[in-house]
Design a protein around this ligand. Structure first.
Ligand code: OGA
Ligand code: ZN
Length: 414
């Protein structure tokens, strides 16, 4: 028999929730107050939460609302006959809330932990499920956040189980945009299984895994031994991949160090120093082009993308992947002035974090935030430098971290 935080036993199971998640009951409900359109819940810590009847009806977890096989909604609110209202509320002995809804005459039960976790009358108090972004300067750090992954790939992987190493790694990518794992296998192709511990890789014209090494007939500057300026990959796509992984299989050349920087720190510096340039780069659409012999990817987008709240969402900085600017005539000079302001910032040493790759190293980074670069390397003296890479989406990483956190909560309850 298990007990939750408040010491209740599983002899009185709490109602289901409309999801597969785990909602520990950390604070008990002490009182309910109901009107036709609202439920007020008073908690043991004094908080009073309010929920609308329509919101509660939609978020019930019974079989008339949610398909038990998928836990996806099957209820169509507009078919209830009238606006759903509350006729009565009851606090049960096990801490659950039962509500009587009109016009259906249906009694539905709600889980107190789930209600507390979805208290939209106190949005500011809801704990963030995923970590917040923290901008950084390379000059403040010696190395990326680094984790020792010795033996990790030899352990079985279960998407429903805890995995402290992966949890820390994904936390760092969401927070800082970058993590480095060391001591992974160096078999060619092993990146596929590593990536799938997070989610399915996104294939591109460069393959679902791509080989970064000097090649005889390169279709990208990356596949030569020249230096690469700070860039994101594939800004040439409507939706540029959110995550990139680079896995070092061999490296005994001279040169070829990685340089990474937080593109959001660069963008915020631009916003602070040159607001007019920042504004231009959020507005004027550049041409991004990757024109190869067998593919022709072109997309037009601003260099700095903001979300609906004005927060940074992505940067598309990649000089060697820009095509001819085709912007309104009067925007062209301001656009180039803003571009050069960014290029001058990229050359400031404060942003860059420099490190070498050893075989078995893997970097995972937010490809719509971090800029990566490399020094030229010596491809001619018998040494070799071989990275394999792949792309994923931010969605996969967020989903995986939510799953890991779910498993951690379940582990704490057990
Ligand atoms: C790339 C790239 C970096 C490196 O393949 O897109 O930027 O260190 N490679 O070779
Ligand atoms: Zn690249």
């Amino acid at each position: 028999m298990t007990h939750d935080a408040a010491g209740r036993s599983d002899a009185m199971p709490l109602p289901p929730t409309p999801d597969y998640d785990v909602w520990p009951v950390e604070v008990d409900i002490v009182r309910l107050d109901v009107t036709p359109h609202q439920l007020e819940v008073e908690w043991a810590d004094g908080r009073k939460s309010r929920y609308h009847s329509v919101w509660l009806r939609e978020n019930a977890a019974d079989d008339s609302t949610v398909n038990p096989a998928t836990r996806e909604r099957i209820l169509d609110l507009s078919r209830l006959g009238a606006w759903p209202t509350l006729e009565a509320a009851q606090l049960e002995a096990n801490g659950a809330v039962t509500l009587d809804f009109a016009p259906e005459g249906r009694r539905l039960a709600f889980h107190p932990g789930w209600l507390r976790a979805h208290d939209y009358s106190h949005l500011e108090a809801l704990p963030a499920v995923l970590p917040p972004r923290v901008h950084w300067l390379g000059s403040e750090r010696d190395a990326p956040t680094t984790l020792d992954a010795s033996g990790w790939m030899a352990q079985a992987s279960d998407p429903q189980a805890e995995d402290p190493l992966l949890s820390q790694a994904l936390d760092a990518v969401l927070r800082e945009g970058l993590v480095r794992l060391r001591n992974l296998p160096v078999e060619p192709g092993s990146l596929d299984a590593i990536a799938r511990r997070i989610g399915p890789p996104r294939p591109t014209n460069f393959g679902h895994l791509f080989d970064v090494r000097a090649k005889p007939d390169p279709d990208s500057n990356a596949y030569t031994s020249i230096a690469l300026a700070p860039h994101v990959d594939l800004p040439t796509r409507e939706y540029q991949p959110g995550v990139q992984m680079l896995h070092c299989l061999e490296n005994d050349t001279v040169g070829g160090e990685a340089i990474m920087m937080d593109g959001f720190a660069v963008a915020e510096t631009l916003r602070a120093r040159h607001p007019e340039h920042f504004e231009t780069l959020t507005r004027v659409r550049w041409c991004y082009a990757n024109t190869a012999r067998t593919s022709d990817h072109v997309w037009f987008a601003p260099m700095i993308g903001l979300d609906g709240e004005g927060e940074l969402d992505e940067v598309r900085i990649a000089d060697f992947l820009r095509g001819p600017l085709l912007a309104p005539f009067e925007d062209v000079e301001p656009a180039y002035a803003a571009l050069m302001a960014v290029q001058r910032l990229l050359a400031e040493p404060q942003f860059a974090l420099r490190f070498g790759y050893a075989p078995g190293d893997l970097v995972i980074f937010d490809n719509r935030r971090l800029l990566h670069a490399r020094d030229a390397f010596d491809a001619g003296t018998g040494g070799s430098r071989w990275l394999q890479g792949c792309y994923l989406e931010r969605d996969e990483l967020r989903s995986r971290l939510r799953m890991l956190k779910r498993a951690e909560r379940r582990g704490r309850l057990a």
